[in-house]
Design a protein around this ligand. Structure first.
Ligand SMILES: [Zn+2]
Length: 284
């Protein structure tokens, strides 16, 4: 059987006749050249195929290819415009590695069992889809399930609750967005102050935008590293730092005595600028 695939018989521990990987049952294992191991497998669909052993072991290959064919033709899902939406929703809710997981799965938002099948998901989508629209949950704390989603534009989706919230101050009622514009700020300014920085509504609509304290706070909270200076220099090193000179360890003070240059300058050149010792030893 091996000869048919141009393989030499061989023995490897992790994969031998009788092992099963997904739909594949290993019949024999052989090697091509000195290191390309192949398993001749019988697929549940009846096909026989030689498959790279590393593909089997890593779990990438689970069938002769019939599995992918079934999956992709059953619902035509990979080409569906809703496939990436469906994938994204599952990802946000169930994959802790997803960047948005904290805002979804992390706070208990689930995808209903029925929608784990993309065919159900697509058939349950509300009418009115147009390109450019996104899926939005009606109840923002509710799950992804029939009845709790609608189509919305990108902007209304993210600004939904935040910018259209009404805030009354001094007898005037405006949306958060209107208050923001009134202050001369960006659309989301007031909402951001309230939601992200925990300000009171009054403070959010009355504080002028150029407030220095707020800018610093924003920078810190948003971790704009470049905007916030964090002193990095270690102040008082416990043991004096030394460098090697002619086979001996010397301190900045020692070099200062040799060169006549101030100790502080020597330290700077040696330990902050990382000058080579020869350069430090030069006069002036
Ligand atoms: Zn198959």
């Amino acid at each position: 059987m091996l000869g048919k695939y141009g393989l030499q018989p061989c023995d490897i521990k992790s994969c031998h006749a009788g092992n099963r990987f997904g739909r594949l049952q290993v019949l024999a294992v052989g090697v091509k050249g000195s290191y390309r191991y192949y398993a001749i497998c019988k697929c549940d669909c009846g096909a026989e195929k030689a498959i790279r052993v590393d593909g089997l072991k890593s779990g990438v290959v689970l069938s002769c290819g019939c599995l992918q064919k079934e999956v992709s033709t059953k619902h035509g899902m990979y080409t569906s415009p809703h496939y990436s939406r469906w994938r994204g929703i599952l990802d946000r809710c169930e994959n802790p590695a997803s960047p948005s997981f904290l805002d979804y799965g992390g706070r208990g938002i689930k995808v209903c069992e029925r929608w784990h099948d993309i065919a159900n998901f697509i058939s349950d989508l509300p009418d009115g889809f147009e390109p450019g629209l996104e899926i939005d949950r009606i109840d923002n704390d509710g799950h992804y399930c029939p009845g709790n989603i609608r189509w919305s534009t990108k902007q209304s989706n993210s600004c939904n609750r935040r910018s259209t919230r009404l805030i009354t101050h001094n007898g005037a009622t405006r949306t958060a967005k209107e208050w923001s514009l009134l202050l001369g700020g960006a659309h989301g300014l007031v909402a951001e102050r309230i939601d992200e920085f925990g300000w009171s509504e009054e403070r959010a609509v009355t504080t002028p935008i150029a407030d220095r304290h707020e800018n610093i706070l924003r920078a810190q909270q948003k971790r704009w590293a470049g905007h916030v200076k964090t002193p990095k220099r270690e102040t008082h090193p416990k043991a004096p730092r030394t460098v090697e000179l002619d086979g001996k360890q010397v301190t900045a003070l020692d070099i200062s005595k040799i060169t006549g240059k101030p100790v502080k300058l020597i330290r700077k050149q040696l330990f902050e600028r990382n000058w080579p010792i020869e350069k430090v030893l030069m006069k002036g």
